[in-house]
Design a protein around this ligand. Structure first.
Ligand SMILES: [Cu+2]
Length: 514
């Protein structure tokens, strides 16, 4: 894809259960999107096999982790049926959400086929003890077939996003799906509430400094976790064919060639596009519960937690803006006392090497685009009260956080006249547009954007799609790997490592659980 800002007005109408909408409205004052996962301090993970699905219909034999037991609970939201810790193998493994300062215990049970041999988990960056459990392995204590091993570590000073993955035969076991994320929430992120135009809900790291000088530079409104990985189906097929071999050897009895490496599936949180746009815990992906479906309102601070898993670099590009990096591998790179480190570097692509994690902030406001993205025209009665450093400050208005310097600069008026009469936006002929109802034909953001796209043949025709405030009509920014081999599914474009960041108007309530 080009590196231009591709702004496409889309109109999506979704039906949500009334209860879910009502609940979201109830919680909207304080709710923010957090990564789905399981919280607690004690986790029971079981390594086991299952088939995960791909958009081309392939079912890929994989290994992963299931969590079980009553110790961990879903946070902040779980599946619509059953438990987020219901003993079902998943790829990626359960996202473990803990609070800094806690001591975490993870007990791993090895229910992989005997032919797979031993398995283990590494928690890079942590001082792990095993208390003599398990059997000795190359990198850590391992669980033999049907056996267990227990890992214990302190999270003191470890706020941020961390990876976990198999420490045994990594070229095979990580490829097969044995990886996941550990999110350590900070214990002293006190500087956030009330800061900025939105009531920033949380922080990725602790305050920097102390007392009156304490500052938090990592506050955010919304939070998304993306784990990038790939699959070479030939490796998985070999493992599947040998899974039934009788074996009592620690190293396993499989002969699987992991080179040469020719991955065909490229995934975000275990799913390829378009499956990654379906809801979290969607029933059609029982072993791939997490999606890649970010949403935001203009002006919100969106925390991206990014982990490179698998073997390739994943130069992921977030269209719409650069990502401001806060930390890598759970190490904060900001300082409130060093003026050169108040903000992190802006990355065009959040390129992850295998095992690398990043925390960064994505921000989008429409500032400086030189047109009024809300479609206001002079004398139409709309207002822009720029008390917030130039942004419209009335939180209940649909154009909350509009950049006031661009207020009343509609595309129709500036500089070419009406869009439909040869302005800068050329509307496609509705007769040749297969997905007409998906394309609003409007360069405007907002619940009544369709009506503002004045043209002889607006798409869809003005008035035929009711963009009421409850329906979704926003800007879609394609987020995708810039290794464009990775935006295919089994050699078919488009697919793979791709998703849409939907910038929704203020009037649209973002459903956090989706
Ligand atoms: Cu692109």
């Amino acid at each position: 894809m080009s590196q231009m800002n591709t702004q496409t007005q889309i109109t999506i109408t979704r039906l949500f259960p009334v209860l879910v909408v009502a609940l979201a409205l109830l919680l909207s004052a304080t709710a923010y999107a957090a990564a789905p996962g399981v919280s607690g301090t004690t986790f029971n993970l079981t390594a086991s096999s299952a088939f995960i699905s791909q958009p081309d219909g392939a079912m890929i034999y994989s290994w992963g982790y299931a969590c079980s037991g009553g110790n961990a609970t879903a946070a902040p939201f779980g599946p619509t049926t059953g438990s987020a810790c219901g003993g079902v193998m998943q790829v990626p493994g359960p996202t473990l959400i803990v609070t800094e300062g806690q001591t975490v215990t993870v007990t791993l049970t090895n229910n992989l086929p005997p032919a797979a041999g031993n398995t283990s988990i590494l928690f890079p960056g942590f001082q792990v003890t095993t208390g003599g459990t398990g059997v000795a392995g190359l990198l850590t204590q391992e669980a033999a077939h049907a056996g267990t091993v227990t890992y214990t570590f302190s999270t003191t000073g470890k706020a941020g996003t961390h990876a976990y993955y198999s420490g045994t035969q990594g070229d095979l076991q990580i490829e097969m799906g044995m990886y996941g994320a550990l999110i350590v929430l900070p214990s002293s992120g006190t500087g956030c509430p009330g800061v900025g135009p939105y009531s920033l809900a949380a922080s990725a790291y602790d305050d920097v400094g102390s007392g009156a000088a304490a500052k938090n530079l990592t506050c955010y409104d919304r939070e998304y976790l993306f784990q990038f990985s790939e699959i070479d189906p030939k490796i998985h097929r070999q493992a599947e064919e040998q899974a039934g071999l009788a074996c009592t050897v620690a190293a396993g009895c499989m002969q699987v060639a992991t080179e040469p490496y020719h991955p065909a599936y490229f995934m975000i949180n275990g799913r390829s596009m378009p499956d990654d746009m379906d809801p979290n815990y969607a029933q059609q992906y029982p072993h791939q519960p997490y999606n890649g479906n970010p949403h935001m309102h203009p002006g919100e601070q969106v925390l991206l937690r990014v982990i490179g898993t698998g073997r390739w670099q994943h130069p992921f590009h977030e269209h719409g803006n650069h990502v401001r990096i806060l930390g890598r591998d759970g190490n904060l790179i900001l300082s409130s006392t060093d003026a050169t480190k108040l903000a992190g570097p802006l990355l065009f692509t959040t390129t992850t090497t295998p095992g690398l994690t990043m925390d960064g902030i994505f921000y989008w406001t429409g500032k400086g685009l030189n047109w009024d993205v809300y479609g206001h025209k002079p004398n139409d009665g709309s207002t822009c009260n720029g008390l917030l450093n130039g942004y419209h400050s009335v939180t209940t208005d649909p154009n909350y956080y509009e950049w006031c310097a661009d207020h009343n600069k509609p595309l129709e008026a500036h500089p070419f006249g009406n869009v439909g009469s040869g302005g800068p936006v050329t509307l496609p002929d509705p007769n040749i547009l297969a997905d007409g109802p998906w394309y609003g034909g409007s360069p405007y953001l907002g619940p009544d954007a369709t009506g503002k796209a004045v043209s002889p043949s607006p798409i869809p025709p003005s008035g035929t799609v009711a963009n009421d405030p409850g329906s979704e009509a926003g800007f879609a920014f394609m987020w995708h790997s810039h290794n464009e081999r990775e935006i295919t599914t089994n050699n078919i474009f488009p697919g793979g490592m791709m998703m849409m960041m939907l910038v929704d108007p203020q009037a649209y309530t973002i459903i956090e659980s989706n």
